[in-house]
Design a protein around this ligand. Structure first.
Ligand code: GLN
Length: 494
């Protein structure tokens, strides 16, 4: 029998229904994998006791035939999602010791579907980063290695979630995507992930980074598994004022593989100067796969693409500087011990509690929002955001979905780009547009680069049309037959 930790969610659900194994056995196998892979540092807190308790309850539901959509499926919960009774840190010292009194809506939806929480996954601090090196709890290590065994970043910010899923520690994971944090780590770790339409998954109980750009969503190894995860996570939530009151379609059912009559756009502005040739080739290959499946490939233009990154790095820090004002040493977590006055307590708490990248964002955000600069930066960025949305809406008058690479490189060594924030920000060049426009985007592993590292292709869709994204993603997955596995898992399975 396949090792339990290597099953897809789809197959694990079948096995559980057939009573081939119990939810408890499934949980135990994953707990063992989690404990055996601590060198990846994918978790900030492990919660094996919660997992076992939930698994036992799941087994009871299977026994009585009233199991939920994801009953018994172990998942990693990004440590940005509040969990009642379990520490939630956003990977920042400022929240160390913060134990929420409530569970995020998305986390609750997963629990209601019967999913089993293995632990709180490591991430970039407050989800700011593309490499998971800004966590106050140490870097996450990508289970994929260079041929000479060097450690690589898992991408960010959902690096712990992605590494756990890729290393077969967890079947799925929660994640958030503000500028690419689901899709880029999926690409770097050789798994799939979808950022749904803004408003599809509730943000309630998710530590806010940039409220108008934050999108909760899933990570899993297959496109179908993402469909199952998102099905459970999504839905209207009156507690989030930007949550949409729309029915959630049957995502797995949308994966028909039928591309007939479909038009897929290839945006010329995503052909960057200096992009590695193998990424360009993989992109062409992806278009070819879709064509072979019956789609028509159409060249399109998204003319404001080049302004997306600068606009994102104004809007996201602006909102962050406002959202993060609440961490003042009074209400949550860390409080400086050596302050004499109230003002000093605020200042020292924030200086001690926030990491460098978070402080950089707060300063940029405060600057672009300050009188005198507000119009020149913030308002201008908002105008660009509208133009980017217009670009997508215009393109979607002719095409059903858009195909691009997910990231301009494969996973890079830990430490690279560290002293050069601008270079780090360039990682998000293909992903931030969908956050600014609020449209859905998925990354599917499509091939390996010359060093044997995974590369993803991105499928962008119309607002509320995740179904087409799943359909196209399923076709890419089927054609790519990506079944390479990271070294960390291979050595364990051998
Ligand atoms: N890398 C981007 C940033 O640092 C996006 C992060 C995210 O999507 N949370 O802001």
């Amino acid at each position: 029998m396949t090792e339990l930790t290597h099953l897809t969610i789809e197959d694990a659900l079948k096995g559980l229904k057939n009573k081939d194994f119990s939810a408890k056995e499934l949980a135990e196998a994953h707990i063992e994998a989690m404990e055996g892979a601590r060198d990846l540092n994918a978790f900030i807190v492990e919660t094996p006791e919660i997992a076992l308790k939930q698994a036992e309850e799941s087994d009871k539901r299977y026994a009585s035939g009233d199991e939920g959509l994801l009953d018994g499926i172990p998942f990693a919960n990004k440590d940005l999602f509040c969990t009642e009774g379990t520490q939630t840190t956003a990977a920042s010292k400022i929240l160390e010791g913060f134990v929420p009194q409530y569970t995020s809506t998305v986390g609750q939806n997963l629990a209601d579907a019967g999913a089993v929480m293995l632990g709180k996954a490591n991430l970039d601090q407050f989800a700011m980063g593309s490499s998971n090196t800004t966590s106050a709890f140490g870097n996450v290590i990508n289970p994929w290695k260079t041929s000479d065994g060097k450690d690589l970043v898992p991408g960010g910010s959902s690096g712990g979630s992605a590494a756990a899923v890729a290393a077969r520690i967890s079947m799925g994971a929660t994640a958030t995507d503000t500028g690419g944090s689901i899709r880029q780590p999926a690409s770097f770790c050789g798994i799939s992930g979808i950022k749904p339409t803004y408003g599809r998954c509730s943000r309630w109980g998710v530590v806010a980074f940039s409220s108008s750009l934050d999108h909760p969503g899933p990570l899993a190894r297959t496109v179908k598994d993402n469909a199952l995860m998102l099905q459970a996570m999504a839905g209207y939530d009156p507690k989030d004022s930007t949550s949409a009151n729309k029915p959630v379609p049957d995502y797995a059912a949308a994966m028909t593989g039928d591309m007939k009559g479909m038009k897929i756009g290839i945006p010329k502005e995503y052909r960057l100067d200096g992009m590695p040739e193998e990424i360009q080739k993989l992109w062409d290959q992806g278009a070819e796969w879709l064509k072979e499946a019956g789609a028509e490939i159409v060249d399109i233009s998204l003319p404001h693409t080049k302004y997306a990154l600068p606009a994102y790095y104004i809007i996201a820090p602006a909102e962050a500087s406002s959202n993060l004002a609440r961490y003042d040493g009074v209400k949550y977590g860390h409080r400086s011990k050596d302050a004499e006055t109230l003002a000093e307590m605020y200042a020292k708490t924030r200086a001690e509690g926030f990491g460098d990248e978070v402080q950089r964002r707060i300063m940029i955000g405060a600057y672009v929002l300050s009188a005198g600069y507000y119009d020149a930066y913030y308002i201008k960025a908002q105008k660009i955001r509208r133009l980017i949305l217009n670009d997508f809406e215009k393109a979607y008058e002719t095409v059903d979905a858009i195909l691009t690479p997910t990231a301009p490189s494969a996973a890079f060594p830990i430490g690279e780009n560290e002293d050069d924030p601008i270079k780090m920000y360039l990682n998000d060049v293909f992903t931030v547009t969908a956050n600014l426009a609020g449209v859905p985007g998925m990354s599917v592993p499509a091939g390996l680069d010359a060093n044997g590292l995974p590369l993803g292709l991105q499928i962008l869709g119309k607002a509320w049309d995740e179904e087409t994204v799943f359909k196209v993603g399923g076709v890419i997955e089927e054609a790519a037959q990506f079944n390479a596995m990271p070294q960390k898992v291979m050595s364990k399975a051998a």
